[in-house]
Design a protein around this ligand. Structure first.
Ligand code: WT7
Length: 573
């Protein structure tokens, strides 16, 4: 563990004294800042958009700036109010009712945000999906959530699993041509603009579902994590304290809107603070990224270590050619932020990146480095005010400081998921001894800083996506020659997973180089394009516990030359 400290970057940030704020913090104080505290009428869109749009001084401020291929389009708070009302009217016209789901299968584009806001306004549940999802992944999600509508682009219509879309009444398309493959096709271009610009916002109880996001588990299909309108309390306060947003801030959350970071910190969180959110939809290139920073005078940048590594690889000389004078804060999330990256940014941007930790299920940043607090490189920071965090043992009992254990959070923060869609058993499995268990291993030092030590399960980070080996294994098992499969990542290098599969073949078949290649090609067609299975090895049998649970960590240990222990003595859990 690194003992070095980097002195606080900005002593006059929104959160000035961490200790004091943490000690006296109460969620009910934050609630008082929302209009519903007075009126009793609650909806996240009212707090995020309408209350600024209706204020003559603030309505014309930019809420969203969308940038693609050198073109940028700005939407003020008033624009977003109008457009989201028009979209809401359109959904109403198509028979949507409170609780109905809308799937959004689109790459980053303004329509994603319009749809999210329209759904929220009506008490509908939106479900953003990565546009790289495969046919099978889409099928699984459609069958699980049974949405009433799906919003997409004609380019994706081809890969839709129409057999799984019996409950889908409407296929909304952002552009023509209509593919003519689905009876309920609706072309949005020209249609939403004709809708009335006023609408009645649906006032909802705080625990009303707002969005549904699928996340991987180490066993079973992906879980539908459900978040509610009351998340706004946690989103606003973390945007203020961790991202240090003020109404004049221009935040660039450099993440896909289908990833929870993009869904909430690219949209609702900055808007709850009355700030501007910039969305960049171009493919990555260091010069495009630097131009976006300069052009939009970005002041706060929230991103992933993966993306930061690519900027570092593009070299030091490029950074000097742009004006980053408006940039005052950088935060990162998704995987451990290695000290080398911190020092590279510190040198080239004169700003220290601040690591933050959270997960889809927590709904908001829970562990963070704050701008007015010293940083210890290698640490993801301290518990956010209002969050009680500890390292616990396998029975859910808190461990002494400087001892490795599972990161656990005391339930009660407002942005925690409300349930797992149609799967209470998997929801309940998150809790033990009064704690919410995260699956991440940590050590907490004497000053309260947490250090990430990997995961307790077999989940693998591919880019920013947390993927379950189970999903790849299932794709492998669909090949007629494969009997069983286990998938691990054999790389210890940050940001570079190396996916390797171990398979056994069905009786009577002989492994061969040709079969190996054939299986590889077969699974490629079944997986998202960003998941690359690099190696397949044939085994006689896979290591398992006595009760038959797959022991991927034994394979991982063997692969990396680490002691694996005797599989039969490894206890079940
Ligand atoms: C998992 C959650 C932000 C939401 C984004 C990810 C890993 C997240 C860090 C960090 C090391 C991190 C954890 C966590 N993770 N932040 N700062 N350092 N690991 O959401 O896709 O639900 O993934 O990402 O393992 O459990 P997610």
């Amino acid at each position: 563990m690194i003992k070095a400290k980097i002195t606080a970057q900005n002593p006059s940030a929104n959160l000035r004294s961490y200790e004091q704020t943490y000690q006296f913090f109460s969620w009910s104080d934050v609630e008082k800042e929302f209009t519903w505290y007075q009126t009793g009428k609650l909806n996240i869109v009212h707090e995020a958009i309408d209350r600024w749009a209706d204020d003559p001084d603030k309505g014309n401020r930019n809420a969203l700036i969308f940038e693609k291929a050198g073109q940028s389009t700005a939407y003020t708070y008033s624009d977003l109010k109008r457009i989201s009302c028009q979209w809401a009217n359109l959904l109403l016209q198509h028979g949507f009712e409170t609780g109905d789901r809308l799937f959004i299968l689109l790459p980053s584009c303004p329509e994603v945000y319009f749809a999210m806001l329209a759904c929220a306004r009506l008490g509908l549940v939106f479900c953003p999906l990565f546009s790289t999802l495969s046919f099978d992944e889409l099928e699984e999600r459609l069958e699980n959530a049974k949405p009433r509508g799906l919003l997409t682009h004609p380019d994706f219509a081809e890969k839709l699993p129409y057999e799984a879309m019996n409950d889908v009444k409407h296929l909304f398309l952002t552009e023509s041509p209509l593919p003519g493959m689905f009876p309920g096709e609706v072309l949005l271009k020209g249609l939403s603009e004709k809708m009335p610009a006023g609408c009645n916002t649906c006032w909802v109880p705080g625990n009303t579902p707002l969005y549904l996001l699928y996340t991987s588990g180490s066993t079973g299909p992906p879980k539908g994590v459900v978040h509610a309108h009351r998340d706004m309390i946690g989103l606003m306060i973390t945007a203020r304290y961790v991202l240090d947003l003020r109404p004049d801030a221009v935040l660039w959350t450099d993440c896909d809107p289908a990833w929870v970071t993009g869904t909430v910190y690219g949209a609702f969180a900055p808007w709850l603070c009355g700030a501007t959110s910039v969305v960049q939809a171009d493919p990555f290139s260091a010069s495009t990224w630097y131009r976006t920073l300069e052009r939009h005078k970005i002041s706060v940048w929230y991103k992933t270590p993966g993306n930061m590594r690519r900027l570092k690889e593009a070299g030091d000389d490029l950074t000097g050619r742009y004006d980053f004078s408006h940039l005052r804060h950088i935060a990162s999330v998704g995987e451990a932020l290695e000290p080398e990256l911190i020092y590279w940014f510190k040198k080239n941007f004169k700003i220290t990146p601040h690591d933050t930790w959270w997960m889809t299920e927590t709904g908001m940043i829970c562990i963070a480095n704050f701008p007015a607090m010293d940083i210890k490189p290698g640490s993801m920071g301290k518990a956010v005010p209002g969050i009680k965090a500890a390292a616990v043992d396998e029975n859910g009992n808190p461990l002494p400081l400087m001892t490795m254990g599972e990161l656990a959070l005391k339930p009660g923060w407002p942005s925690m998921m409300t349930n797992i869609w149609k799967d209470d058993e998997r929801y309940q499995a998150y809790f033990k001894n009064g704690w919410f268990l995260t699956g991440d291993m940590v050590i907490q030092d004497e000053e309260g800083y947490f250090y990430h030590q990997g995961r307790t399960d077999d989940l693998i980070k591919v880019g920013v996506k947390l993927i379950g080996p189970y999903e790849i294994e299932r794709a492998l098992c669909r090949h007629p020659a494969v009997a069983e499969a286990a998938v691990i990542s054999k790389s210890a290098k940050p940001g570079a997973p190396f996916l390797k599969a171990f398979v056994t073949v069905n009786r009577g078949l002989t492994p061969s180089a040709r079969l190996n290649q054939e299986i590889k090609t077969f699974v490629r067609a079944d997986l998202s394009s960003d998941i690359v299975l690099k190696e397949i090895a044939f085994l006689e049998s896979l290591p398992k516990t006595r009760s038959g649970k797959l022991l991927r960590r034994v394979l991982r240990a063997q692969e990396l030359g680490l002691p694996a222990g005797d599989p039969l003595n490894i206890k079940d859990y």
